[in-house]
Design a protein around this ligand. Structure first.
Ligand code: MRU
Length: 375
């Protein structure tokens, strides 16, 4: 998507690879919306750390990062012994896989790269194939988002108020986004509508990332506290919900996504508001049989008890800090513990449709159409 900084507008992907230096380039998402910076990871361990520490986040974005990270790791191998190369590739794969547990996209992406690599007979051939497969994954991911936009745009009629949760925008993907693809496509088709971004505590991906993206693209929007959605639904101020996902079970249609998604789905159901989930094919897990078995990331309690932000005007200025400085402030009682599950699972009966690159499907239609969807 285009980023405008001062008077300059430039197109950026969220993640890209520079073969000459063997570096993965990423937008440093922890600094947004206050600073726009690019970081480049020098080896696969740094790439895995960038995923773990959420420099890059969002299921399809960490998938492309994982695919490039695997290519980066295998390209750094020196020598021609295929057995040693294969053991090295396995350790790169496991290191990146363990960075974050809930999203299935990085695993699917790396499996795709590994399957292509296996066609090479020498170390050099496998290295070249790994890089080509990582690029192909990233390009396909963009095409999937484009198709999601085409299928989903018709849902966004003129004058609607759309609610989205967390950030399933272009920052969470390679480009365009999943939940935001229908929004950007409807905007390009000339329709006027309005978006509510859930703040998405504790890390605030909605108020920081989605709001920044929508502001950059000129989409009218407001940030709301996570607790406000029920009230707005009750008053008829929300017409449609679109969210992304980190893992959709192909067998059951259950959807794992950012904590709070399930709550919004229950509320939408109660108020008869359509609730859609937008996903590329890399988000489908065809093997797990029950949503209960999806590994749910438990994050540190400090995220719940405090918040990151930048120092603004004097009324709220933190003593000893400079204006514009990024600081962490303790909000909650310092002697209390906190629980911080990062994701939840929404059952299929609360989901109106899943917007896929192959069209909008009922959650229970995924399994019968698995061949067409890439299983
Ligand atoms: O913890 P995050 O920021 O990686 O969580 C991101 C989400 O939950 C997104 O909604 C999901 O990855 C879908 S992104 C298209």
């Amino acid at each position: 998507m285009n980023v405008t900084l001062g008077h300059h507008t430039r197109h950026y992907r969220t993640v890209w690879f520079e073969a000459k230096t063997n570096r993965v380039h990423l937008i440093e998402q922890r600094l947004l919306p206050h600073r726009f910076e690019i970081v480049a990871t020098r080896d696969f361990r740094e790439t895995a750390r960038a995923i773990r520490d959420m420099i890059v986040r969002g299921a399809p974005a960490i998938a492309a990062t994982a695919a490039y990270g695997l290519a980066q790791g295998v390209l750094a191998f020196r020598g021609s012994n295929l057995d040693r190369f294969t053991a090295h590739a396995e350790s790169v794969y496991q290191t990146i896989k363990s960075a974050r547990p809930t999203a299935v996209d990085p695993v699917n992406a790396m499996n795709q790269v590994r399957a292509v690599m296996a066609g090479g007979e020498t170390v050099g051939e496998q290295q070249a194939l790994a890089l080509a497969a990582a690029e192909q994954f990233a390009n396909e991911s963009v095409e999937h988002c484009r198709a999601i936009g085409r299928h989903g745009a018709a849902l966004i009629r003129r004058g609607l108020n759309v609610l989205t949760h967390c950030n399933a925008g272009w920052l969470a993907c390679v480009d365009l986004g999943t939940a935001t693809a229908p929004i950007y496509t409807a905007q390009a088709q000339g329709r006027k509508f309005h978006v509510f971004c859930d703040e998405t505590r504790p890390r605030c991906q909605g108020s920081t990332l989605t709001a920044w993206e929508l502001a950059q693209q000129g989409v009218p929007h407001h940030v709301i506290a996570d607790n406000a959605a029920g009230h707005l639904m009750q008053r008829g101020e929300i017409d449609l919900v679109i969210v992304g996902s980190d893992r959709v079970l192909g067998r059951t249609g259950e959807v794992a996504n950012k904590i709070g998604t399930y709550t919004k789905a229950v509320l939408a159901h109660r108020h008869g508001i359509p609730f859609y989930v937008a996903i590329p094919l890399s988000t489908i897990d065809w093997t797990l049989k029950r949503g209960f078995d999806i590994p749910i990331e438990e994050r540190e309690e400090a995220e719940v008890l405090g918040a990151w932000g930048v120092v603004r005007g004097s009324r709220f200025k933190v003593q000893g800090s400079k204006l514009g400085q990024r600081v962490f402030v303790q909000v909650g009682n310092p002697t209390s513990g906190a629980r911080n599950p990062g994701f939840d699972v929404t059952p299929p009966e609360l989901i109106t449709g899943i917007i896929t690159p192959a069209g909008i499907l009922k959650p229970k239609e995924l399994w019968p159409r698995r061949r067409e969807l890439g299983w």
